[in-house]
Write a protein that binds this ligand. Structure first.
Ligand code: DHB
Ligand code: FE
Length: 280
């Protein structure tokens, strides 16, 4: 049977991807950010997953206001890096895992979560930046990836409670897959940031660190937090954090082992948060 061995949480600040692509990670501004991921890159190499189930959001690149799936699962063989206006990032094509993705779609939809099936899409910085942060500059990503896109861009967006319960359904789906795969699930986006309007540049360290504490120790309680609280405390784009609850919901009920925790301000307009949790 397949199992979820670990979960990873990370911001997806596009400028971190650009810093890697332009070889600027050693510059004084970026050095502390990338230092915060060194331990996780070593952990990834020492504990390689067979598949990464990567929960992220598209930023109007694969989808648009014409088509807004709340939850979309990638069932394709491969996904190209999206052209977000400056040409695609120079990173490898993402290989999928159509068999496991189709199994998870079957199980989760029968478990009453209405997913959109995606058989062709490009993946933007929401997916490629987390891969770059955890895997470094590589010729090929270390394993197949199942992209799972969540709408956190256009209201109405799903609640933290719904996301947490969906994670639990994904846990059951993985556990019923008839092959001994070690699956890691990633929750990405956040932490506090607001990119537009009078509050642009908003960062809330206290909120972010309390979110990390509760994500580790009280995820079911954290899942009850309403949207307005995210937006008020963590800024309009802070709502991306609901995606972390999908990954956390997929973990076992026992308290996980904290492999690595990192928090840094600033990176571009965003607070960077990062956690690696192993299942007990
Ligand atoms: C920035 C952060 C994001 O999460 C994003 O999707 C786009 C831009 C930023 O900080 O610039
Ligand atoms: Fe974003």
């Amino acid at each position: 049977m397949a199992r979820i061995g670990a979960s990873v949480y990370t911001s997806h600040v596009p400028a971190m991807g650009v810093a890697m692509d332009l070889n600027k990670t050693g510059e004084p501004y970026w050095q502390p950010v990338f230092k915060g991921y060194e331990a996780s890159r070593a952990w990834m190499k020492a504990n390689p997953p067979d598949v990464v189930f990567l929960v992220y959001n598209d930023h109007a690149n694969a989808f648009s206001l014409e088509l807004i799936p709340t939850f979309a699962i990638g069932c394709a063989e491969a996904y190209k890096p999206a052209d977000e206006g400056w040409g695609p990032r120079p990173v490898p094509v993402v290989k999928g895992h159509p068999e496991l993705a189709a199994h998870i779609a079957q199980s989760v939809i029968q478990d009453d979560f209405d997913l959109t099936i995606v058989n062709r899409m490009d993946v933007d910085h929401g997916l490629t930046v987390p891969l770059s942060m955890l895997c470094g500059k590589v010729d090929a990503w270390p394993c197949p990836v199942i992209p799972f896109a969540v709408n956190v861009v256009q209201y109405p967006v799903p609640s933290g409670r719904r996301c947490y319960a969906l994670g639990q359904a994904i846990r059951r789906a993985v556990a019923s897959y008839d092959e001994p795969l070690n699956v890691h699930i990633w929750g990405t986006g956040g932490m506090s940031h607001q990119l537009q309007g009078p509050r642009a540049g908003l960062i809330n360290r206290e909120f972010d660190n309390a979110f990390l504490d509760r994500l580790i120790a009280d995820p079911a309680g954290l899942a009850q937090m309403p949207h307005v609280y995210y937006v008020r405390e963590a800024g309009s784009e802070g709502i991306e954090l609901v995606m972390w609850l999908i990954a956390r919901g997929a973990m076992n009920d026992a308290l996980p082992r904290v492999v690595h925790r990192f928090y840094h301000v600033p990176a571009s307009n965003t607070a960077v948060g990062h956690l690696v949790l192993e299942n007990a």
